[in-house]
Design a protein around this ligand. Structure first.
Ligand SMILES: [Zn+2]
Length: 495
């Protein structure tokens, strides 16, 4: 596939984004029946006549799901409809046994809102077109073949456990004016949305389990022009990092098509994590193809204004207000705060501080040791298997002198490998600093005796030469010594 280098693409074309995020709600039962929504159960054990679409079965709306939809709408500064309906979206797919999905069409429960994301110290306002309720489909599993897709598969299996799980689809208005930062703004938006939904307590927002899914639309237009270009929609991008990568790729691909005099085709595309490319899916349907009509088996929803105001009072702190607050509480410089935000570490640091670490210590570990491991594994920061509490425990061991920063890295390695708590890893790996003054004094004597030239330098006033002796002692102690104490001992013995 031909692509244009990213900088070249952005010099010629202006990207316009549109993001559709599907959120599975964490209600205990499904959208229109009483079946469990639990993740990971045996296939087809959480189903009934309604979510299997059997003839004659009748849906009933889940009140908790409506409540969650309204709270999401309010948190995104939307207008909450005084009256709205469900609609049937008609299409055939084996994982949707009714042959239609119950969704909302021209009457969404929440519409015309906005939110804000901060990237590199700059704030971007994102318009929200709508947030509507719908039901999830079942899942197809294509067996045989190498890609896991239907092409080349020997047969397919269907699991309807997910069929009818409540979903909220949040659709942005076209996001313009982000230029070269478009992919990063998209990632920042999905990150912000994930954090907001978690704070609302309406979803477990696990991208890797599919409870938060993003479809990323992008189109290009020549720089300096207004009409929107033809967009493509990259489906089900399942990590924050992939949102950024997929958009970046799609911009360079579309730019190559346009620069070569071609036309971008309106279609859905699939993101491939391994190759870092998108490939063509089906041509994009238009609304007419779905023959939407109001769902005749469900009554309209008319949330009273009193109820809406009651729900408004339950909203968590807005994300931008939260950033301002923690920024003031932590006392980070603007640059430090910027790094924390772009690493997606705000919540992790907040939880680590709550578990007893100082803000600077929490920042240090999340942005160095843990960020490095996330990068190496190609995953998001929060997917590294270490909790804020464990980070605080490691830091507490540093502060009480049990380990130093260097040993702490080995402790993290053990904690992440599942070897137990920080204290257990220190004990099992024998990482505790030797506090035996006798052993330390002996190592210091050895270092002094072995390096008379360095000792002369120190005696003649070159105190910085002490570093070489400290290094020698630390080596002998296998790193398990307190460097400050070693320094004290060296200077005591020489002078
Ligand atoms: Zn059911």
């Amino acid at each position: 596939m031909t692509v244009l280098p990213y900088e070249e693409a952005l010099a010629a074309y202006d990207p316009v984004l549109g993001l559709e995020v599907h959120v599975e709600l964490n209600t205990t039962s499904k959208m229109f029946c009483g079946c469990s929504t639990g993740f990971g159960a045996e296939p087809n054990t959480q189903v009934c006549a309604v979510c299997l679409g059997l003839p004659g079965s009748l849906p009933v709306v889940n009140a908790k799901a409506v409540e969650s939809a309204i709270r999401i709408g309010l948190a995104l500064n939307c207008t909450i409809a005084e009256w709205c309906r469900f609609a049937r979206k008609n299409y055939f797919y084996p994982d949707m046994p009714k042959n239609y999905q119950i969704s909302q069409y021209d009457e969404p429960i929440a519409y015309d809102g906005w939110t804000e994301v901060v990237l590199d110290g700059e704030s971007y306002r994102i318009g929200i077109e709508r947030a509507h309720m719908e039901e999830d489909t079942g899942k197809s599993l294509h067996v045989g073949g190498v890609t896991g897709r239907i092409h080349g598969a020997d047969y397919s299996l269907l699991d309807y456990n997910r069929s009818g799980v409540p979903l909220i689809e949040i659709v942005t208005k076209p996001i313009e004016g982000t230029g070269v930062k478009a992919p990063q703004v998209a990632r920042a938006y999905v990150t912000m949305l994930r954090d907001l939904l978690r704070a609302l307590g309406v979803s477990d927002v696990r991208m890797e389990q599919g409870s938060l899914r993003c479809d990323a639309n992008v189109s290009l237009r020549p720089v300096g022009t207004t009409p929107l270009g033809t967009r493509t929609e990259t489906k089900n991008v399942n990590s924050l990092r992939s949102v950024e990568r997929a958009l970046r790729y799609e911009i360079t691909r579309q730019a190559a098509v346009l620069a070569g005099g071609g036309r971008v085709i309106q279609e859905t595309r699939h993101w491939h994590e391994d190759s870092g490319m998108t490939t063509a899916g089906r041509n994009k349907e238009t609304a007419e193809d779905y023959r939407y009509f109001p769902e005749p088996d469900l009554v309209p929803i008319a949330p009273s204004r009193e109820w809406v105001e009651e729900l408004r009072a339950t909203l968590p702190e807005p994300p931008t207000a939260k950033l301002e607050r923690v920024s003031a509480e932590w006392g980070f410089t603007d640059l430090e705060m910027r790094d924390v935000i772009s690493a997606g570490a705000v919540n992790a640091i907040e939880a680590t501080v709550a578990a007893g670490a100082s803000p600077q210590a929490a920042r240090k570990w999340w942005l160095t040791e843990i960020a490095r491991r996330a990068n190496e594994a190609g995953v998001d920061l929060e997917e590294v298997s270490v909790t804020p509490r464990q980070v605080a425990e490691v830091q507490a061991l540093v502060e009480n002198g049990t380990i130093n920063d260097k040993l702490a890295r080995q402790v993290f390695e053990g904690v992440i490998a599942g070897e137990g708590s920080a204290a257990e890893v220190v004990a099992a790996r024998k990482l505790a600093i030797v506090s035996d003054e006798g052993a330390l004094a002996a190592a210091v004597d050895d270092a002094i005796n072995a390096n008379p030239d360095i000792v002369d330098k120190i005696k003649s006033g070159k105190v910085q030469a002490t570093g070489a002796l400290i290094g020698s002692v630390m080596k002998q102690m296998r790193g398990k010594a307190d460097a400050a104490r070693v320094r004290e001992l060296i200077l005591e013995k020489i002078n």
